[in-house]
Unconditional design. Sequence first.
Length: 557
Amino acid sequence: EEHFCFPGFVEPHAHPLIGGIALSLPCVAFHDTPTPFGDDIKGCRSKAEVLQRLQEEHQKLEPGADLLAWGWDVVAMGGHLSRKDLDAITTDRAICVWDSSMHNGYANGPAIEKCAIDEGAAQKVEGVLTKADKSLDGAFLGIEALYLLMPIMKQAFHPNKLVAGMQYLTELSRQNGITAMAEMFLGVFALPLERRLFDLFFNDPVTPVRCSVTIAADKAKKFMGGPFRSTSRAVANVMALQKTSTEKLIYNGGVKFFTDDAFMALTMQMAYPGFTDGHKGIWNNTPGAPYFAKMLPWWKAGARIHVHSNGDAAQDATCEVLAALQHAHARFDHRFCFEHFGCSNEALVRRVKALGANVSVNPYYAHLRAELNEKHMGRDRAHSASRLKLLIDNKVTVASHTDTPVAPPKPLEEIWIACSRRMAGRGGGSGSVAAPAECVTPMQALRMKTIDAAHVIGLDDLLGSIEGGKFADLTVLSDSPLDVDVDDIRSIEIVATVIGGRVIRRKGMKPDWSLSCAPHAKIPRGFWPGVLWLYEATSKPKSWTRWLFGKLRHWLT
């Protein structure tokens, strides 16, 4: 039987923690959502279908339980959910809906009350929508506003649920040929707990994927900066984490910043003439000197800086900061990376090249969003999203990612999209091509999921190609993407993955596998019992800390 071995596929921008949790929640996404356990979850094609599905999920729950769901698509649905919409389902329980970008949230009246949100203070937060009478409308747009809903959303972050969510996304990734992924936002809710969770999960011999970790810079300052939240102390502690790396869990000095907001929800920052419907985007950091001051200590310490930057105005602001950093403290091979790079132009691409930066692009913006976005930014800008050929022609190192759950972790489908740029439209797809000049060759697209993906996360000395001295990670395919017609690439079968020489046939693991140290039934339910169990499990054997956490857990339960 003849198969084809390629370097293991690398997912350079994933969220195994928060993405796994999102995909594990009741789903109201517009497009069909794949699962590792069976058939895809059928998409909700209208607001009425979303509300009906939420009503069905409400009926399944015990009285008093909160309803959390994921996947609202503001562009496809023609607007935001409101407090009134969710109150119509029920006012007897709190309801929170996470949008498909994971940047926005929606809440009903009981949820707002349960989160104890002060309406006066909330109105001062950018992205909190209000009614004409200044009362909260239930929409919380952007990361800062979304955190107001954390008192309810943190229910999804109980350790037993976190492990299950990480296993969900990791298994989905393995089934699609991924052997290594990069967590691009560690610190989403409690950095010390998340570090122990990643230690438990990825260092377990059963886990079939490696992980590289990038820490949110502001969360590092909060959790690793000491009692006074010192930036210099946080920088030193993050850089020191590199010494704790293993072959399965790698810390290599990566930190994350956010310039603007989401592409999926169109809350990114667009340059002139802006959005054609007149709405404005969100800045997650103030451009210019304040942003430069936040990055400079990390830059001087040699950190690899990854910047969420979606709109063309955001690309310009990010370029300005990088130019100022280079002027203040010149660096070579700095691996500064623009993450997503949704909208751009040739002048911006040339500037990125001149500044020595890399780019990690989400190609699904062209496939899933181009036709949906036409009425919000015009056909030209909507169709030219996720430029790839322009970057390659200007000799910028470019990787391809999915940002799951924004898009499914399917490398072969990514390669097909990069080569064809066919649009999915509002369902089956029109078959039209978005900006055909941006199509790349199969070899160029394959590099974006192997050696160039490894390069942008600083691991091309260990991953991304088949050569001596690197990890023995392979993806085995039924056919070669370099030999078949472009339209057949996404239909190629994943035969197996190989990680460190360990061969795992695609159907060789049960989809509901569990960690050797943490069978599903072993992790206690509830937040604090689970946290104490996690700290006990990740403390050194026979240490006083392991004994202490065990005693506390038994006392609590």
